[in-house]
Design a protein. Structure first.
Length: 342
């Protein structure tokens, strides 16, 4: 019997870790992942990012397969990815009327929901009870749908689903002029339910549009009807607006850690290397956490901290000073959260 290679042994270790930390929580019916033990809803963005580890491990098994058993593991992991991506597709396709309406209204009430019931794929809160319009979440789903399809996964099964994905392209292509609630789901910095134009959403939409352009969603078995089309002008509009926004994240946020997803993985949406470096330095300078920061000490003097970057300045999320019983803040409440980042 042939001995196991070192790479195969390492992959087996990663596989055990993936099963213990991710796949053991995957719903057997819908394929969705709950946000946590306490929060059982499934967020679109969180699910996509979570399943990337499984997809990456499946690709590694496929590339380094020593035995038929490795090929079987690769297939098993990849089908877990397909199951989750199709679960999210089922959640969104139930709201096809909203997607159609949004193309004309651009209203937050006509947007796709940001989170769904893990067991049923149904919506969990009302249209006006959450900051649902998050174009970056829809875009990151489409971005990885394109990449996974290009890698050989068969996620889209019918022309009806192809048409829905084409509709989602129309849904995100105007991101450069659509105010949304952004990656943190709170809208502008004051957290009063006010949407704004976010560079993170524009950049992610640009990356998704480029990835999907002329992609056959049926892979090698497709034809002209299963190819997705993107208007080149819309990609260019997103690029222009993104370049004009950076290094700012939005009108209300001078800098935001969400821009890391735009200037680097997964979007890589900025082509100007100087603008990438400028944005990165703004984030490091102003958002790098430090354990000993004082109110009188400027953030530019903070050394590299132990906890990474905070989301943005005056972010009160989950802090002791924040009232957990209110969705939005009162006017001028941001002052409470000044210099508490650590």
């Amino acid at each position: 019997m042939r001995s196991r290679s070192n790479s195969g042994v390492r992959l087996d270790g990663y596989a055990r870790l993936v099963h213990q930390t991710i796949l053991c929580h995957q719903n057997p019916v819908t394929g969705l992942l709950p946000a946590s033990y306490d929060q059982k809803d499934a967020w679109v963005r969180d699910n996509v990012y979570s399943i990337l580890a499984v997809w990456g491990l499946g690709l590694a098994y496929r590339k380094n397969a020593d035995r038929d058993e490795d090929k079987a593991k690769a297939y098993e992991l990849e089908q877990s990815v397909v199951k989750l991506m199709r679960g999210l597709l089922h959640c969104m396709i139930r709201q096809v009327d909203k997607v159609e309406s949004f193309k004309y209204s651009q209203s937050t009430k006509d947007s796709l929901h940001a989170k769904y019931n893990t067991k049923t794929c149904a919506t969990v809160v009302g249209d006006d009870q959450w900051g649902h319009l998050q174009l970056d979440a829809t875009s990151v789903y489409l971005l990885f749908l394109a990449q996974m399809t290009a890698s050989g996964l068969h996620i889209i099964h019918s022309l009806d689903e192809v048409n829905f994905i084409q509709n989602l392209v129309f849904y995100i292509e105007a991101a450069y002029k659509t105010a949304d609630f952004g990656i943190w789901e709170r809208g502008d910095k004051t957290n009063q339910g006010i949407s704004e134009l976010n560079a993170s959403s524009v950049g992610m939409a640009k990356a998704a549009l480029e990835a999907l352009d002329e992609l056959d969603l049926f892979g090698v078995k497709g034809g002209p009807q299963s190819v997705i089309h993107v208007l080149a002008d819309e990609v260019q509009h997103c690029q222009s607006i993104l370049n004009s926004l950076l290094p700012r994240a939005s009108t209300s946020k001078e800098v935001d850690a969400s821009l890391l997803s735009v200037i680097s993985f997964p979007a890589f949406a900025v082509e100007d290397s100087r603008l990438v470096e400028l944005t990165k330095q703004e984030i490091i300078t102003k958002l790098q956490s430090c354990a000993d920061v004082q109110a009188s000490r400027p953030f530019s003097l903070c050394p590299q901290g132990r906890y990474g970057c905070c989301r943005f300045l005056r972010d009160g999320y989950k802090t002791p000073k924040e009232d957990p019983n209110r969705l939005y803040y009162e006017p001028a409440e941001l002052k409470l959260f000044e210099n508490i980042e650590c």
